[in-house]
Design a protein around this ligand. Structure first.
Ligand code: IMP
Ligand code: MG
Length: 182
């Protein structure tokens, strides 16, 4: 049975990744992580707030025992990165000796991830990897890469499936391109 396409928000230029494609790719990422971490107990570190929808779905596709923790950083206002990253909320648990997987919504300039990687590495985890739903490789301002990437996309501002524009559109069940001027 094919599911009906969700209604498209009037501020959306086009749907880039529909719910079925998201579901399938997230399932694959969950399988990859479960295979790579067999016999270990990774901690999935969700970066608030953009990763919450992705993390919620990914978590249910991971079949090894795992933990979840959250971090919040700020570097964005509107469509442009301020370039300055601030830690708004730190981990509850110690990172020392743990197998950490940073779960991010999107890698753009890479500045946020570089900051997070530096900050977490300094705490002595056993391993540290990145799982990003989306990657805009053309926008990178450094050499940061992710071990797990859901989709590589072009340099367009996207919203939905957790991603926002000024705190709006996180609830859309697809990833879409925002109309210009919105
Ligand atoms: P970076 O530091 O430039 O890599 O930006 C990373 C953060 O900026 C992501 O975690 C997102 O929260 C936000 N971001 C970057 N590009 C987009 C986009 O196209 N839509 C919504 N948020 C974005
Ligand atoms: Mg983010």
């Amino acid at each position: 049975m094919t599911e009906p396409a969700p209604p498209v928000h009037p501020d959306v230029e086009k749907v880039l990744i529909d719910p079925a494609a998201l579901r399938q790719r997230v399932r694959e990422l969950g399988r990859e992580i479960s295979r790579d971490y067999a016999g270990r107990h990774p901690t999935l570190l969700g970066i608030l707030k953009g990763s919450v929808v992705f993390l919620g779905d990914l978590l249910r596709c991971v079949t090894v025992d795992c933990s979840v923790d959250f971090l919040s950083v700020s570097s964005y206002s509107g469509r442009k990165s301020s370039g300055e990253v601030r830690m708004l909320l730190d981990l509850r648990e110690s990172a020392a000796g743990k197998d950490l997987i940073i779960v991010e919504d999107i890698m753009d300039s890479g500045l946020t991830l570089q900051y997070l990687l530096d900050s977490l590495k300094a705490r002595g985890p056993r391993s540290l990897e990145v799982c990003a739903l989306l990657d805009k490789p053309q926008c990178r301002k450094n050499g940061v890469t992710a071990k797990y990437v859901g989709f590589r996309i072009a340099d367009e501002f996207v919203i939905g499936y957790g991603l926002d524009h000024n705190e709006k559109y996180r609830n859309l069940p697809y990833v879409g391109v925002l109309k210009s001027g919105k």
